[in-house]
Design a protein around this ligand. Structure first.
Ligand SMILES: [Ca+2]
Ligand SMILES: [Ca+2]
Ligand SMILES: [Ca+2]
Length: 458
């Protein structure tokens, strides 16, 4: 639906538009909590990824767009690099998919987010006295939290989710800002439900970030999230945190974690929770527009799974505004959004299938070979269509469910001539991906039928 040509047009319009928009540098000091600023002197804290707001825009508006009418969509280079436009021609996601964003809270009333917030069904509607369950001061669903409509604030132990930092609002926007509302940006998964769990607040001293993190993970598990996005971490292993994510694994919940911004090799210096050996965790590092892993980002050929856009990413900020942030946090949100799209499109997939699928369908890049386990960068469109391409090109499936391998060498597309079998190398690569994935996952019983995206592949 949204071709590469239209992207180019949109990008051109965006350039014209933003060329006349006043950007200003945004002081980042108060928005970059460092390890020393974390609440605990002990090695038991979880800190936010050190992403800073590099600039902030005036309210964006009145910009035409070819696909959605969201004015800033063409400023989002990461969406283009991840082939989001074509992905949205397959699916825009589903409100049935719940992504728990464990972060600094959110601006609940933000114009580009308020419509995509998860609502706890047990805390909405009227109680027996006709009062609104959301504000009656009663734990109507008996889950231990009073009036937890959109999530919970584990810092202050209440339902106030105000984002005093900006990070959580930014992450939520990348994952699931509303599309087509004529405002702001577009999330990776324009239709999704964002469960907001606050574990960190720069204005509240003396809190235990790790303890809050664990409590937030347990809440997400209890309340039925499909995906947990965690853009924080630390170098200390935590048994409690590991066990909480194990519980998520048992409940078939995907856990997408930032590789970290420590500038280090995670194979040698582990970073948690990204590096726990659990099959439901995806560890994500950040790349710039030229597909280089950021100097600030952690990397590791054994520990870091995949790369996604993370430099100067435009998203929502408190105050109804928008701005740019950089770091593996932002890249992590891209992958969570991708997982939400895949889950919406492939409802039979288990969380681990979604993980394998996203990793195997990324674009192989030689410069990522020394930085990640898969050598791949996120590709939203392929994540939604490769399986279908494999089916159409082979017409049949051999099952071998335990054996997903990254069968395509990163150099392969470059080293083989496009004329060696008369097939476009990208198409051949996708076909090979598809077959290996089908072999690996054995999901042939529910092959999708509605795709018909072949015309977009040339
Ligand atoms: Ca409750
Ligand atoms: Ca209530
Ligand atoms: Ca929007």
């Amino acid at each position: 639906m949204f071709s590469r040509k239209l992207w180019a047009i949109a990008a051109g319009l965006g350039f014209l538009f933003f060329g006349g928009l006043g950007f200003y540098l945004y002081s980042s000091d108060s928005f970059s909590p460092s390890r020393s600023q974390s609440s605990s002197a002990k090695d038991s804290s979880r800190i936010l990824e050190n992403s800073i707001i590099t600039s902030k825009t005036d309210k964006v508006e009145d910009e035409p767009s070819a696909l959605f009418n969201d004015p800033a969509i063409s400023q989002a280079w990461g969406l283009k690099k991840s082939d989001a436009g074509r992905a949205w021609s397959v699916t825009k996601g589903s409100r049935d998919i719940v992504v728990a964003v464990i972060d600094t809270g959110i601006e609940v009333k933000h114009e580009d987010l308020s419509g995509n917030l998860w609502k706890n069904p047990g805390e909405t509607g009227k109680d027996a006295q006709g009062r609104d369950k959301a504000s009656n001061g009663i734990d109507d669903d008996g889950n231990g939290f009073v009036d937890d409509v959109y999530g919970w604030n584990f810092v202050s132990n209440n339902n106030k989710l105000d984002d005093n930092h900006g990070h959580g609002t930014h992450i939520a926007g990348i994952i699931g800002a509303e599309a087509g509302n004529g405002k702001g940006i577009t999330g990776i998964a324009p239709e999704v439900s964002l469960m907001i769990l606050k574990y960190y607040d720069p204005k509240v001293a003396g809190t235990d970030n790790l303890k809050n993190t664990v409590a937030a993970i347990r809440y997400a598990v209890k309340m039925g999230a499909n995906i947990i996005n965690y853009s924080g971490g630390g170098t200390e292993y935590s048994k409690e945190e590991y066990e909480a994510i194990s519980e998520a694994q048992k409940k078939d919940i995907l856990f997408v974690a930032a590789a970290g911004n420590e500038r280090s090799n995670s194979d040698q210096h582990h970073y948690y929770p990204a590096d726990y050996k659990l099959s439901n965790i995806i560890s994500v590092t950040a790349i710039d527009p030229s597909t280089q892993v950021l100097a600030s980002s952690n990397y590791g050929v054994e520990t870091v799974d995949i790369a996604a856009p993370g430099q100067n990413i435009l998203s929502c900020l408190p105050g109804g505004s928008y701005g740019y942030m950089t770091g593996t946090s932002q890249a992590t949100a891209f992958v969570s959004g991708a997982a939400a799209l895949v889950m919406a499109h492939k409802q039979s997939f288990k969380a681990e299938d979604v993980k394998k699928y996203i990793l195997a369908t990324g674009d192989a890049q030689t410069q990522l070979a020394s930085k990640t386990r898969t050598s791949r960068q996120l590709n939203l469109y392929k994540a939604l269509t490769v399986l279908d391409q494999g089916v159409s090109s082979s017409g049949g499936v051999a099952l071998n469910p335990q054996n997903l391998k990254f069968t395509v060498d990163p150099n392969e597309t470059n080293s083989k001539s496009s004329s060696d079998n008369g097939m476009d190398p990208n198409a051949r690569q996708m076909g090979e991906f598809g077959r290996s994935l089908i072999d690996a996952m054995g999901t042939h019983k529910r092959l999708p039928t509605k795709l018909g995206t072949k015309q977009d592949l040339d």
